[in-house]
Design a binder for this molecule. Structure first.
Ligand code: TXA
Ligand code: MG
Length: 338
């Protein structure tokens, strides 16, 4: 495996190497502003197959295709409505994925046999340069073994992929830290299939018809990825949230043992002085929490605890996306009252 360092400079020699790696049907891990992606030429069926093998990903879970610019979307997908066009113009490039009708040149393995694909234009500079230079649509799910927290730094994921991925690009810690908002337009309604940094509130600026599909409701799962175990540390987790911090502390104290790790806010740290406490930052700063959360879920496991207790956040704005990930990390072990 070759590790490329783009944290200081994005050099032409290494961009050429990345391009060659993609063109020869091999995998490259690269940073985006959300999480790291494990990418392959989306038009090459054999190359895409390698992603599924390296991640141990179920073949019915479709991938997102990344392109460098809006003009390139036409090469892989149909834009069928004005609303889709507006969403592209408003939120791309950025932490936003739009499900569109797929064109023929994208093999069925990418879309898991659906007639639609997820399309995303990352705004991270390294991802941009790689996509421009390679000039191919790149299929890339998050860089993590299936069911594990998504990779937000190279050190978190290098051991998972050093034997299966020939090129890994280091771009430092990813800025947002959780994956893109996934959206599909269904019957003139913006349907959020996975919440993210582009929030429900942001989407309401485009039209008042916005709905959120979440597995917690009993509706049919239309984003296949949502049905699998996700983001989970090896240790059992419980997610605790109560707006009243006295109640929150009482709930935690009911479950905690000497060997428990807590992941929670800076504000509550002092209440758990005798325990292993991993602070995700201030309750008031959801951006900070989202950028830290996956690394902390991985770190908590390294203490070999009997339990991980995670402090939840209010389900508003980016908080909705954070809770979506934490609920899955805790496999829906959620407590909100004593
Ligand atoms: O931020 C991100 O989106 C990262 C970076 C690397 O771009 N990628 C990412 O990919 O999170 P992945 O594969 O881990 O998640 C893709 C999600 C899954 O939940 C998948 O089911 C959904 O998008 N998805 C992809 N294609 C779809 C389609 N045609 N219809 C419905 N859902 C789809
Ligand atoms: Mg993923």
């Amino acid at each position: 495996m070759k590790l490329i360092d783009f944290t200081k400079e994005i050099d032409k020699t290494n961009l050429d190497l990345i391009k060659e790696t993609f063109k020869s049907g091999n995998l490259v891990i690269f940073p985006t502003e959300t999480v790291y992606g494990i990418g392959a030429d989306a038009t090459n069926k054999e190359a895409v197959e390698k992603i599924f093998l390296a991640k141990n990903r179920a073949s019915d879970n479709p991938l997102i295709v990344h392109v460098a610019s809006k003009e390139k979307i036409d090469e892989i997908a149909h834009i069928n409505s004005l609303l889709e066009k507006t969403l592209i113009d408003t939120f791309m490039p950025g932490p936003f994925t739009l499900i569109l009708e797929k064109k023929e040149n994208i093999p069925d393995i990418v879309s898991a046999n659906l007639n639609s694909i997820g399309v995303r234009i990352p705004e991270n500079k390294i991802a941009q340069k790689i996509l421009e230079h390679t000039n191919l649509p790149i299929a890339a799910p998050s860089a993590n073994l299936s069911s594990k927290p998504s990779g937000t730094s190279v050190s978190d994921i290098i051991t998972e992929f050093e034997n299966t991925v020939p090129v890994i690009v280091n771009g430092g810690n990813t800025k947002i830290g959780i994956e893109s908002t996934v959206v599909k337009v269904i019957d003139d309604t913006i349907t959020i299939l996975r919440p993210g940094k582009v929030t429900y509130e942001d989407l309401l600026e485009v039209t008042d018809k916005v709905i959120i599909k979440d597995k917690l409701t009993n509706e049919k799962v239309i984003s296949p990825g949502l049905k699998y175990k996700h983001y989970a540390p090896n240790t059992k987790c419980i997610l605790v949230y109560n707006e009243d911090s006295l109640i929150y502390n009482d709930i935690v104290k009911k479950h905690i043992t000497n060997n428990t790790v807590i992941i929670g806010s800076k504000e509550n740290e002092n209440n758990f002085k005798n325990y292993t406490y991993l602070s995700y930052g201030s309750k008031e700063n959801l951006d900070e929490i989202s950028s830290n959360i996956f690394t902390l879920l991985r770190k908590a496991d390294t203490y070999n605890p009997d339990l991980i207790i995670i402090e939840g956040v209010k389900k508003e704005g980016l908080g909705l996306a954070i809770m979506n990930r934490l609920l899955r990390a805790a496999q829906y072990n959620y407590i909100d009252t004593i």
